[in-house]
Design a binder for this molecule. Structure first.
Ligand SMILES: Cc1cc2nc3c(=O)[nH]c(=O)nc-3n(C[C@H](O)[C@H](O)[C@H](O)COP(=O)(O)OP(=O)(O)OC[C@H]3O[C@@H](n4cnc5c(N)ncnc54)[C@H](O)[C@@H]3O)c2cc1C
Length: 202
């Protein structure tokens, strides 16, 4: 049975980046993916937005990572040769309840360290973006919101992980994980491997 230091399960954005990151260290790493290739799950076709961190609760690990990742996304995409543009976003509201939500997001975003946020009136938003549906009552502008190509991003991380020695286990749906010798026997439909640690990104 092949033995690894780490088995990463699932080859979406999380698994591919996890495998890439782990190979910065002297570790024998396998990426175990159920399908015939990586990036066939939700990572291949999401909305492609790189969020600033207005939407998550202050003080959480998720917020800290989201804000830091958004700031560093341009460098990451340049390093991997993936398209990225900081176009900014307008989150728009229609009516008093939604206006309050945007105000809360503005305060939350500022607390989270998101820079350049601006709350504008519906009229100002329409002037800025005439394609908005009429009746918009306010808008939250976040200049640092970005867009990327999630499929290219995932695949670039994967190619980089492969180039750095990650072993691919494709067509290998994991069906069981059994504790064994202080690590894990990873049972797949393609065969079994053993790993001292498992990172589940399925
Ligand atoms: C409609 C929509 C829009 C979104 N828009 C955005 C956005 O704009 N910006 C943003 O940041 N996020 C967005 N997201 C969220 C983002 O797409 C996900 O958080 C991200 O893609 C999750 O990546 P993942 O690697 O966890 O999952 P996946 O890409 O689904 O990867 C999981 C992998 O695990 C494999 N797997 C499953 N079971 C097994 C098994 N038993 N054995 C081996 N392998 C297995 C699957 O085949 C798959 O390849 C959106 C999500 C949705 C649904």
């Amino acid at each position: 049975m092949e033995r690894y230091d780490v088995a990463v399960l699932g080859g979406g954005l999380l698994g591919c980046f996890m495998a890439r990151e782990l190979r910065r260290h002297p570790l024998k790493v396998a990426l175990v993916e159920a399908r015939e290739d990586v990036c066939t799950g939700i990572s291949r076709a999401n909305t492609a937005i790189v969020y600033t961190g207005c939407d998550t609760k202050p003080g959480t690990l998720k917020t800290r990572l989201c804000v830091a990742a958004c700031k560093g996304f341009g460098d990451l995409c340049r390093e991997l040769g993936v398209p990225f543009a900081r176009r900014g976003s307008l989150m728009v509201s229609y009516g008093p309840n939604a206006d309050q939500t945007l105000q809360r997001k503005m305060i939350q975003g500022m607390e989270n360290g998101v820079e350049g946020l601006k709350l504008m009136s519906g009229r100002a938003a329409l002037e800025w973006e005439p394609g908005l549906a009429p009746g918009v009552s306010s808008a939250l502008y976040a200049p640092d919101t970005g867009v990327t190509d999630p499929w290219e991003l995932c695949y670039a991380a994967w190619e980089n992980a492969l180039a750095n020695g990650v072993t691919p286990w494709l067509n290998a749906p994991v069906t069981d994980l059994l504790p064994e010798h202080g690590g894990w026997r990873v049972v797949t439909l393609r065969g079994e491997l053993w790993a001292a640690a498992v990172v589940n990104c399925c």
